[in-house]
Design a protein around this ligand. Structure first.
Ligand SMILES: C[S@@+](CC[C@H](N)C(=O)[O-])C[C@H]1O[C@@H](n2cnc3c(N)ncnc32)[C@H](O)[C@@H]1O
Length: 423
């Protein structure tokens, strides 16, 4: 366990230094290819758990440390240790013992004694610290203060539920490939495989407990895909039918591309700025047994990749703050800054304007984000409708009237706006 604690501390230290959690973990797997699945799962569990609870953990450390600790790795070792003691399943004596061993490797002379004292004091004062944390907003909700205030302002009735949902483990949902069978048939196959699940949405199944994809019947043959329920709205909302010319403008890793191709036989172009991520679109489509034209390019610069033939449908699943998927990426809430939203909004507006020029009169463009911040969503669309008089927003009867889905037990947070170009 001691190597696991060391690895998890390094991952958390990297995130606190501004790096993305998924990239950091992938870099670790590449650096240490001999880590067993069990060890990877433990490192992942400690890193994700620590970041989910970071507000409360920092609050405890502020009280347990007599002065500021300027050694980032040692601080992360304490943070992960507190997570394990407060919320983990490992025996407390083993957590403390192994953390002290890691401290001896990474810290200065006093590190061992400090780690031993802080973690033991945490165990002694745990209840008192938890009671104090309950009175501090950042510790209570485990989000930065500015984020909590923004949610209170934008969602006065729902902010607590949103923050609470962000701190939960995400559900694992599947999209059933309708070309291969019905969701009910697939549910029966899951039951036969001993995997408990329930039907959700139009083509979805939610698992009671997450499992590795290798356990999912027919996964390699494309019978199902892992996709959150909130994301499963996208393809059906675009109203595609056989023969349409469709652009998936920000396609990678191809979750929604595959869904579109399951719904109809399309002449589909999958565009993405990131060549490596586009490789994942190719492998996802090959697993599903469907194909698309793949193009590397900037959605805001059609001159670089467009042949001038207008599209019937465009899916613009634009890069955003990802503030609706915090439970899958708990680093996001600590890495984002309030001024990021202006930057995202400007990039999204440039993409929308450029893609609009590629749409046929009478065609439809679906704008999607996995954000819960109005700057990227309703405000973005309102401003677009002001700029583009030939655009009108179509109602989406299956979703909340403003198109904003908030993270809850059903799905992640997404925003949808369907725009039609007047003919
Ligand atoms: C939200 S993700 C798309 C998820 C994808 N639609 C799916 O369902 O699997 C946004 C994607 O936009 C890509 N991207 C970022 N900037 C872009 C740009 N200027 N032009 C095209 N793609 C871009 C990113 O590489 C990323 O793959």
């Amino acid at each position: 366990m001691y190597q696991t604690q060391r690895n998890a501390s390094e991952v958390v230290a990297a995130v606190l230094d501004g790096r993305n959690l998924t990239d950091t973990l992938n870099a670790l797997w590449r650096r240490q290819p001999t880590l067993e699945p069990r060890q990877r799962a433990a490192i992942q569990d400690i890193s994700y758990g620590t970041l989910r609870r970071l507000g409360e953990i920092r609050h405890a450390l502020d009280r347990l440390l007599s002065r500021q600790l300027d050694e980032p790795l040692l601080y992360s070792l304490l943070a992960t240790g507190i997570y394990q003691l407060g919320w983990g399943r490992a025996a407390p004596y083993a957590v403390v013992d192994h953390a002290v061993r890691v401290a001896a490797q990474i810290g200065t002379g006093r590190a061992k004694g400090l780690v031993n004292a802080v973690l033991r004091n945490y165990l002694r004062q745990r209840e008192q610290l938890a009671a104090q944390a309950a009175t501090d907003a950042v510790a209570r909700w485990n989000h930065p203060q500015w984020w909590i205030r923004a949610m209170q302002r934008h969602y006065p009735e729902r902010w607590e539920a949103i923050l609470e949902a962000n701190n939960q483990h995400p559900p694992m949902s599947l999209r059933i490939n309708r070309r291969r069978g019905t969701p009910a048939d697939y549910l029966a196959r899951l039951t036969e495989a001993g995997i408990e699940a329930q039907l959700v949405g139009e083509s979805g199944v939610r698992l009671v407990e997450p499992v590795g994809v290798d356990r999912l019947p027919g996964f390699q043959d494309g019978d199902c895909s892992v996709q959150d329920l909130g994301a499963q709205w996208a393809a059906p909302l675009l109203n595609v039918s056989d023969g349409m010319r469709v652009l998936d403008a920000c396609a990678a890793p191809g979750g929604k591309t595959g869904h579109l191709l399951e719904l109809a036989d399309l002449d589909l172009t999958a565009l993405d700025l990131d060549r490596l991520r586009l490789d994942r679109v190719a492998s996802n489509l090959s697993r599903l047994g469907c194909s698309a034209k793949l193009a590397v390019g900037d959605a805001a610069r059609p001159a670089d990749w467009w042949d001038g033939q207008p599209f019937d449908r465009i899916l613009a699943d634009v890069p955003c703050s990802a503030s609706g998927v915090v439970r899958r990426h708990p680093d996001i809430k600590w890495l984002r800054r309030p001024d990021d939203f202006g930057r995202f909004a400007a990039q999204q507006a440039a993409m929308l304007d450029a893609l609009w020029g590629c749409l046929k009169p009478g065609g439809q463009l679906l704008y999607v984000t996995c954000s819960v911040f109005p700057q990227e969503n309703s405000e973005q669309i309102d401003a677009f409708l002001q700029r583009q008089p030939e655009a009108r927003r179509l109602p989406l009867s299956s979703l909340p009237a403003d198109g904003q889905c908030l993270p809850d037990a059903a799905g992640d947070g997404f925003f949808y706006a369907l725009l039609e170009k007047k003919s």
